[in-house]
Design a protein around this ligand. Sequence first.
Ligand SMILES: CC(C)(COP(=O)(O)OP(=O)(O)OC[C@H]1O[C@@H](n2cnc3c(N)ncnc32)[C@H](O)[C@@H]1OP(=O)(O)O)[C@@H](O)C(=O)NCCC(=O)NCCSC(=O)C[C@H](O)C(=O)O
Ligand code: MG
Length: 285
Amino acid sequence: MDMRARPYRSVLYIPGSKERALEKAKTLAVDAIIFDLEDAVAVDEKPAARETLKAALAAGGYGNRVRLVRINGLDTEWGEADAKAAAEMDCDAVLLPKVESTAQLDALAALIGDKPIWAMMETPRGIMNAAAIAAHPRMAGFVMGTNDLAKELQCRFRADRLPMMTSLQLCLLAAKAEGIVIVDGVYNAFKDDEGLKAECDQGRDLGMDGKTLIHPAQVDVANAAYAPTDAEVDLARRQIAAFEAAEAEGQGVAVVDGKIVENLHVVTAREILAKSEAIQSLSAE
Ligand SMILES: CC(C)(COP(=O)(O)OP(=O)(O)OC[C@H]1O[C@@H](n2cnc3c(N)ncnc32)[C@H](O)[C@@H]1OP(=O)(O)O)[C@@H](O)C(=O)NCCC(=O)NCCSC(=O)C[C@H](O)C(=O)O
Ligand SMILES: [Mg+2]
């Protein structure tokens, strides 16, 4: 399955220093993992975490989960060594934090061979440059860093996320314009399923591909919220059938449940079916 076509409902951060969590992840039904060398790893543990992570990835066992390695920024004392190490790791892409310019992406690209790049979108300057960052030839996905963003915006955390909505939507526009993946920021209260579900539903409504997570307890909620529902799959099938029947009769429009169905709705319907099938084939592997 190519990187863009596959599901990203649940994207779990794992501190690269925590062997127990690195092991636990092999048993979790996550679509992707962010193996973290940045904020989840204490300063004193950074070089050791790089070695721990390298060994864990070499040992394998992560199945069909997409493996992203989040390095420290190239302006830190660990960034360049992280990037060179990640280039040799058995991972699918390298995630760069606090991306603000395409020059930073060029610098990373020079260190990591042909691995795709993902960007943490979490600073005001980065958000303002989202279009150019998304259009970089090596760019494959955006991860919203809503904790850093809230810090930089000096905004309050609100259930409706109004203070950061412009930022989320600028990144969504940039990602969709370039056809790259975009996953939403974390929900910090990892024991609050109801709040997490509400934020997942909001992200899904906005057009996010999935949710970044910090704890295994959050996985099922995100997987459910970002999968097409049975009702959506049923409607998609009926829309496609009705439109094909209308076309066979020389019509360009069908009606399903009292609503028009045109070619563009059929494109969305086919995407829903494709995502549903991709999820099924992931769990069957
Ligand atoms: C939040 C935690 C510190 C809680 O850890 P812990 O106290 O160990 O939780 P539990 O005892 O409930 O754990 C139960 C078992 O699950 C494993 N576990 C816990 N967390 C993870 C995980 N993330 N991945 C895999 N496995 C995990 C434990 O090892 C236990 O296993 P077992 O004993 O075998 O049953 C902890 O969850 C944690 O460290 N989470 C990650 C925090 C993190 O990554 N933070 C950085 C990312 S957030 C961010 O920076 C986003 C962005 O940049 C922004 O700006 O917004
Ligand atoms: Mg951050």
